[in-house]
Write a protein that binds this ligand. Structure first.
Ligand SMILES: NC(=O)c1ccc[n+]([C@@H]2O[C@H](COP(=O)([O-])OP(=O)(O)OC[C@H]3O[C@@H](n4cnc5c(N)ncnc54)[C@H](OP(=O)(O)O)[C@@H]3O)[C@@H](O)[C@H]2O)c1
Length: 268
């Protein structure tokens, strides 16, 4: 049997597919979820089909740095072999978390960064980390000033895209610092999930005209599943391909500046 895998947002569309596939492959799964009821129903459905599966649920709210720290304390000492930073959100409007961070950045970036940094000492030497990014990353840029957006800088998709791009840059810097780890990026494409509801008047229209053309969660999980079983490092998994991280994202000095600024903000 292979080692434990931690999946954030394992109660969601893509996360639940990955949890099921990992359990089917005989891997012990830790579902790191903020909504225990939703997580339990996903776990129960998997167990109904795979009665021998080893699946635990631990609470994790990525919008709270205290919750991230509590999660890491609760994980136990047994090393684990993979972390899938899958959870994500697109806030409709500007709001701050209890830590004073903009919510989209907190959930898609600061929470996963803190989680990953705190978990590294508990990882097997060549553990895999897969970070979920988005095709929206290619349309924005991010710098130190973007990490704490002011209300006037906020836009629903723009802030989400910048948070995902910050996560991509964090992954590249982490790969430089921890070359033993197999750190890869997964881009699911546009997937038929809650994530594509914008909470706007046009949602019902989009449900008819747009949603049917989006990928299924099963298909959207493909790049992450490939990354989670790949021997590769520092690659970008999208569709059925595994490529080098696109050159438009190569800027080690910027990655380093963001790393340093992030450490200050989350007091690492
Ligand atoms: N769908 C797309 O088109 C698309 C495209 C590019 C990238 N992605 C990325 O793919 C990943 C999975 O998205 P999905 O499409 O499967 O969406 P989803 O079904 O909405 O799943 C999102 C998951 O994140 C969890 N989550 C949200 N806020 C959280 C928080 N504060 N703390 C902990 N967990 C939290 C959700 O928990 P609850 O169940 O409690 O809400 C849910 O389990 C996300 O990172 C997303 O950005 C999606």
């Amino acid at each position: 049997m292979q080692g434990r895998i931690i999946i954030t947002g394992a109660s969601g569309s893509i996360g639940s597919v990955v949890a099921r596939e990992m359990a089917a492959a005989g891997r012990p799964v830790v579902m790191a979820c903020r909504n225990p009821r939703k997580a339990e129903s996903v776990r129960d459905a998997i167990l109904a089909d795979l009665p021998g599966a080893e699946i635990g649920i631990l609470p994790l709210d990525l919008a709270s740095l205290d919750s991230v720290r509590a999660f890491v304390e609760s994980i136990g000492t047994e090393p684990f072999e993979a972390l899938f930073n899958n959870a994500g959100t697109i806030s409709k409007s500007y709001s701050l978390t209890s830590d004073g961070l903009e919510n989209t950045f907190a959930v898609n970036y600061f929470g996963p960064v803190l989680l990953t940094r705190l978990l590294i000492p508990r990882m097997a030497p060549d553990a895999r980390i897969v970070n979920m990014v988005s095709l929206t990353c290619r349309y924005v840029s991010v710098d130190e000033g973007s990490l704490l957006p002011a209300p006037g800088d906020f836009s629903q998709l723009g802030t989400y895209a910048r948070a995902k791009l910050a996560m991509l840059r964090f992954s590249m810097e982490l790969a430089r610092r921890c070359p033993q780890l197999r750190i890869n990026l997964a881009d699911p494409g546009i997937v038929n999930s809650n994530m594509i509801s914008m909470g706007r008047w046009f949602d019902p229209l989009a449900d008819i005209l747009f949603r049917p053309f989006c990928k299924s969660p099963q298909k959207g999980a493909g790049p992450a599943l490939a990354a989670l079983s790949s021997p590769e490092r520092n690659r970008y998994f999208v569709g059925k391909r595994c490529t080098a991280i696109p050159s438009r994202f190569q800027d080690p000095y910027l990655d380093l500046r963001l790393w340093n600024e992030t450490e200050k903000i989350i007091q690492l």
